[in-house]
Each structure stands twice: as C-alpha cells, then as structure tokens.
Design a protein around this ligand. Sequence first.
Ligand code: SAH
Length: 218
Amino acid sequence: MSDEADEIAERKMQFLFALRSKGVTDARVLTAMEKVDRGPFIRGYFAERAYEDMPLPIACGQTISQPSVVGLMTQALRVTNRDKVLEVGTGSGYQAAILSLLARRVYTVDRHKRLVQDASEIFRALDLTNIIALTADGSFGLPDQAPFDRIIVTAAAEDPPGPLLAQLKIGGIMVVPVGQSDTVQRLIRVTRLESGFDYDELRPVRFVPLVEGLGRDG
Ligand code: SAH
C-alpha cells in the first residue's frame, strides 16, 4: 500500500474505534458510517478535522454533529431498508447520507436554503438518489409526504413537536433532543403505539435549537 492509502486506512480504523468505544455497536450503522466519508460535508478551515469525534462549524452558524452522536441517534432510530424517514435539520447532509444507506427513502428539511443546496450537491456527487432535500420549517413536518416510519430531529425542541408526533406511523419511532438551548438536553426516543406514545430517555446531548420559520437566506 502507498503511504497515503495507509494513512486513510489508519484514519478509518481510528474513526470506527471511537464510534465503538462510545457505544455505537450496531453492525449496519457502523458499516454505513464506514462507507460515508465525513470529509466532503465539511468545507474550508475545519475540513482537516473531519475524522475527529467532535462537532464542527458549518455554514449559516450551524454545526455538523459529533460522529458518535450521529451513530447513537441512528442506532436508536432502528431504521430498516423498508422505511421512509424524515430528518428535520439537514445541516451538512452527513446524517441524511448515512440514513440513505439504511432506509428506503430519506426526506430531509432545513430552514436554511443554502445548507439544503450545498447538501444536495454532495448527495448528487455521491449518487445518493434516495434522498430528497427541501427547504422548509421542519417543526411542521412534511404533511405532503406523511406518515413516516421514522423521524429524526437534529435540533433541540422544548418538547417533541406535535405535528411530528402526528406524522409518525403506528409502530413508528422518532428520536429528538428535548430541552432548552444553551443547556444540556436529553435525547428522547418516542414510539407511536396504537393507543398513544411511549417515551424513552436515552442520554444527555447538546444541539443547536429548533427555530421556527425559514432562515433569512431561505
Ligand atoms: N443533521 C445535521 C446537523 C444539524 S444542525 C448534519 O448531519 O450535519 C441543526 C440544523 O437544524 C441546522 O442546519 C438548522 O438550520 C436546522 N433547523 C433548525 N430549526 C429548524 C426548523 N424549524 N426546520 C428545519 N431545520 C431547522
């Protein structure tokens, strides 16, 4: 192997090791995360830190989540290859790209048009044809495409948004960080039952807030 190939293999091993040591153990999730290179989702100055297990700044004052948190949320969502998934908070597009390898179809929305455009460009370049990225206020979900088998919210809400609960199929699962911004939030898994909702508290997390309305660029 060339030095460069060696370096890439070593970097990938460390990346996967960090995921496992933080509790990402699901084989399908690990395989998807091995396949999706985080590098292209981070532009500019921070690109060289793409393989470290830390959140990083992206455009529009937002952040790409820490890989281990992406892994734990994806694992908690229990996605199957028959699922239609909604992601609220496209950001860089990294989480959506991972979901696209696990699900039948992924709808991802962000309130910033620029982020949706940048992410769509990467999806095209990577030939991820089962992702549909749209500019929208995701606190209202995506009524035209509802109901969903799985919903993942990657921004923190004070409570699980009512419209998202309503757009979840019976037997469906939603993973959402809940709590005030600027404090530690709790990651919640909501399962829709015939008779209501079951709530499961998973772990403390820290996300940018879910904000109502479109961004000024959107
Ligand atoms: N999942 C992303 C990280 C998301 S950061 C990734 O993999 O990179 C949170 C994102 O949620 C931001 O891009 C922010 O613009 C978006 N967001 C916040 N409130 C929103 C809302 N009401 N509707 C849609 N997107 C929202």
